[in-house]
Design a protein around this ligand. Structure first.
Ligand SMILES: [Zn+2]
Length: 412
C-alpha cells in the first residue's frame, strides 16, 4: 500500500504529460462541407491549409520556413465549379453515382445525337460524314470481358476523344481524380448498371474552369531535438474537391493520415525526441505528387540530414493489416517494424512492397532520403468516390498504427 502511494505523484506526472488521442474528430472536421473536399473549388485547399496551420500553432510546433508554417507553389488544375448535368433521352443521371466527368474534360453545353461505335464500325461511320458538332460518340464495353479487347477499346476511345466528345459506358468502378491538363473534348464515364443502352440523345451541361498557375501550399512544422538529424512524418491534406455539386470527402484518402500526423505531432510536442521531428502536410498530391516534388526541389532543410521519412496515406482501416511501400529498399527498417509488430501484436499482417511512385514518399527516395509509405488494408473499399466519407470509415486500427510509429521512431 505504501509503495502504491509512493508511486502516485509519478502517476500524476505521467497523466499531465500524456495527450488525449483524437482521431475521428480531425477526420470529421476535414471531411465537413466547409473544406469542400479539400480541392480547388471554393478554395477548399486553402481553407484546409489555414486550418492545419492553426492546429500546428496550437500544438506548439515551430515553423520550418523562417517564421511561416506554409510553403507556396503553383499548379495547373482543371475544375468543375458549377453545373455537371447529364440527361439521356431526357432522363437525368446522378453525378458521382451514375456518371463521372473525366477530370481533364473540357466543358460543354447542349443537346447531342448519340453515335454508337465499336471496334468494327467506327472508321466507316466516321468516314460516311454522319458526324457533326451536334453528335457525341458512345462506346459500350459493359459486356466485354477479355482484357485485350477492353484495352483496344480504351485506345480507340482516347483516339476518338481527340476529335469528339465521348460517352464511355463500362461496368468498371467509377472513380475520380485531378487533372493538371485539359483535353480537347469532354469524356463522360457512365456506370453500365445505370443505363439501358437504347438511348439516342444526350443533353449536357458541364461547366469547367482550367486554373493556370494556381497558388497552393504545403504546411510544415517541427519539434526541435538536441541533435542535428531529423525524421519527417508526412501526409497529404489535399483531396479531389468537388465535381459540380458532388463532394469527395476523402476520409480515408487522406483525412486519416492527416489525423494520425496531428496526433503524432501532439505526442512529440509533449515528448520531444533527440532528433528534430518534422511534420509535413503536403498539398496537391492528387494532382500528381506536386507538393512533395516541390519540397524536395526546394527543401527547407538539408535532405542529407534526414534520417528517415514515414509517409501516411490511407490509414483508416487495417482489418487486413498494413502495407509498407519501399520496404524492399529499406529492409532494415521494415524488419524492425516487423519485430515491433510481433512483440506488441498491433496488426495481423504486414505486406512488404517495393518502390512505387504512388504517394509523397516517392520524391524523397528519389533524392536518396530513406523513406517508406504506410497504408492500411481491409475494411471499406471506397476510394476516389463520394462514398469515402467519415461516417463509414472504421478508424479501428489507427491507434495501433500511432503506437507502432512511436515505437519505431524511439529506436533512432
Ligand atoms: Zn492519397
Amino acid at each position: 500500500m505504501i509503495r502504491f502511494f509512493l508511486f502516485l505523484p509519478f502517476l500524476f506526472f505521467f497523466e499531465v504529460q500524456s495527450q488525449t488521442l483524437n482521431f475521428s474528430k480531425y477526420v470529421d472536421t476535414l471531411c465537413s462541407n466547409y473544406f469542400m473536399g479539400r480541392g480547388y473549388v471554393n478554395d477548399g485547399h486553402l481553407k484546409t491549409a489555414n486550418f492545419l496551420e492553426e492546429k500546428f500553432k496550437e500544438i506548439n510546433l515551430e515553423p520550418l520556413n523562417k517564421d511561416r508554417f506554409t510553403q507556396d507553389f503553383n499548379i495547373n488544375v482543371n475544375t468543375f465549379p458549377n453545373s455537371v448535368e447529364l440527361k439521356l433521352d431526357g432522363k437525368s443521371l446522378i453525378p458521382g453515382r451514375d456518371f463521372m466527368i473525366s477530370p481533364q474534360s473540357r466543358g460543354l453545353e447542349g443537346s447531342f445525337n448519340v453515335i454508337k461505335v465499336d471496334l468494327n464500325n467506327w472508321s466507316s461511320i466516321l468516314k460516311n460524314n454522319k458526324v457533326n458538332n451536334q453528335c457525341i460518340i458512345s462506346l459500350n464495353i459493359s459486356k466485354i470481358l477479355d482484357i485485350d479487347t477492353i484495352s483496344m477499346y480504351k485506345e480507340l476511345r482516347n483516339l476518338l476523344n481527340k476529335s469528339f466528345p465521348i460517352l464511355w459506358i463500362s461496368s468498371e468502378k467509377l472513380q475520380w481524380s485531378v487533372a493538371d491538363y485539359l483535353s480537347n473534348h469532354p469524356m463522360i464515364k457512365i456506370a453500365s448498371k445505370s443505363v439501358n443502352y437504347d438511348f439516342t440523345t444526350v443533353q449536357l451541361n458541364i461547366e469547367q474552369k482550367f486554373q493556370k498557375s494556381l497558388k497552393t501550399q504545403n504546411v510544415l512544422g517541427m519539434v526541435s531535438g538536441r541533435k542535428k538529424k531529423s525524421i519527417i512524418i508526412s501526409a497529404h491534406y489535399d483531396h479531389l474537391g468537388m465535381m459540380g455539386q458532388v463532394k469527395f470527402p476523402g476520409a480515408n484518402d487522406n483525412a486519416s493520415g492527416v489525423s494520425l500526423l496531428l496526433n503524432l505531432a501532439s505526442y512529440y510536442s509533449i515528448n520531444p525526441h533527440k532528433y528534430n521531428i518534422i511534420f509535413i502536410c503536403f498539398g496537391a498530391e492528387e494532382a500528381g505528387l506536386k507538393g512533395s516534388k516541390y519540397f524536395t526541389e526546394h527543401p527547407l532543410l538539408d535532405l542529407k540530414k534526414v534520417s528517415f521519412l514515414i509517409n501516411l496515406d490511407i490509414v483508416g482501416t487495417g482489418e487486413e493489416g498494413i502495407a509498407i511501400v519501399n520496404a524492399l529498399e529499406e529492409k532494415k527498417a521494415a524488419k524492425k517494424i516487423g519485430k515491433i509488430n510481433t512483440r506488441s501484436n498491433y496488426f495481423n499482417k504486414i505486406k512488404i512492397r517495393g518502390q512505387s511512385p504512388n504517394s509523397d514518399h516517392y520524391w524523397f527516395s528519389h533524392y536518396q532520403v530513406p523513406s517508406i509509405f504506410i497504408y492500411t488494408m481491409g475494411g471499406i473499399q471506397a476510394y476516389h468516390d463520394p462514398l469515402d466519407k467519415s461516417e463509414t470509415l472504421p478508424l479501428n486500427k489507427i491507434e495501433d498504427l500511432y503506437h507502432l510509429i512511436i515505437d519505431f521512431i524511439s529506436g533512432f
